[in-house]
Ligand binder design. Structure first.
Ligand code: AMP
Length: 293
């Protein structure tokens, strides 16, 4: 496995692969890798086979964190990430530095950015107003550096995957976006780098996100007609409030493709929620009509 830090080295390598007709699958991450990330690596390898290249980036992107958010506390463990990538058959681990990605930081990090204006209005976009601008801009930069044929994202960040897919379509990036299923702990908690920041007494309470999804699923699947979103929102709020360390940020019911909020929730609807457990903000989502992860 090759470790690449310099932007020009990554781009030179990528251009050489392009010339040689080698297919490249890319898994962008913020590191502190877990089995969820590694499932994306497996999907990447499955798609480009042994003749292709799998690139993983580890970059804790400062521009997608608001000043009051957890950038400084975000878990980092490059030595472990390196070992995990090596044993998972990654070809290139790309770890660009902040100063190379944003030479003009702190203000402004860059004067050019990519903004998606429709799918980012709700959920994470309204709870974290500067978040998606940071995400789409850094991904545009990373796509230009890695020049992948496909990029793999997790269903865990459903809205992010939808926004990136739209950006790629709207701006004609020559790559395919693939979305892989959410990987969960045995008690249903979606794997996340942030889980390691949960205190021992908070960890069992964090399953309330998954329990909320399952409760809403039960209601929707048992009902003969659509269930009012307000009713489900109330039920989820009550469930979350029953955990002393948990505080509901939002819960949303929406169309999985357009992300349009739905007032009448039925089996094709999707659900997402964000919950603070202590100081840690966790998100989760799932389809309501099927018992998929
Ligand atoms: P992050 O490092 O949290 O920015 O995540 C990098 C990529 O891994 C994103 O595409 C996430 O959606 C994906 N990911 C994170 N957690 C999971 C999980 N539990 N299952 C599947 N994919 C995940």
């Amino acid at each position: 496995m090759r470790i690449v830090v310099a932007l020009h080295e990554m781009q030179r390598l990528a251009r050489r692969w392009r010339r040689q007709g080698v297919r490249v699958a890319f898994v962008p991450t913020m590191g502190a890798l877990h089995t969820g990330h590694l499932s994306l690596v497996q999907e990447a390898r499955r798609r480009v086979k042994s003749s292709g290249r799998v690139v993983v980036s580890v970059f804790v992107n400062p521009t997608q964190f608001a000043p009051h958010e957890d950038l400084a506390a975000y878990p980092r463990n490059l030595a472990r990430d390196r070992a995990l990538c090596r044993t998972s058959g990654v070809d290139v681990l790309f770890v660009p530095e902040d100063t190379a990605m944003y030479p003009q930081a702190p203000v402004p990090p860059s004067s050019t950015c990519v903004v998606e204006e429709a799918l980012t209005r709700s959920m994470e976009g309204s709870a974290r107003p500067t978040h998606f601008r940071g995400v789409t801009t850094v991904l545009a930069k990373l796509f230009n550096l890695v020049l992948p044929d496909l990029a793999i994202f997790g269903a865990k960040d459903w809205q992010q995957a939808a926004v990136v897919r739209r950006m790629v379509r709207d701006l004609n990036f020559p790559l395919q976006i693939v979305v892989a299923p959410t990987v969960r702990e045995s008690d249903g908690l979606a794997m996340s780098s942030r889980n390691q920041r949960l205190a021992p007494d908070e960890r069992p309470q964090a399953t309330v996100l998954w329990r909320s999804i399952q409760w809403a699923r039960g209601r929707v699947q048992a009902a003969r007609r659509a269930v009012p979103a307000a009713q489900l929102q109330k039920g989820v709020a009550k469930l979350v409030a029953s955990e002393p360390a948990a505080r509901l940020d939002y819960v949303a019911f929406f169309d999985p493709d357009t992300l349009e909020p739905t007032r009448a929730v039925h089996r094709t609807s999707h659900m997402a929620l964000a919950v603070f457990v202590g100081k840690v903000r966790l998100i989760d989502n799932a389809p309501l009509g099927v018992d998929a992860p």
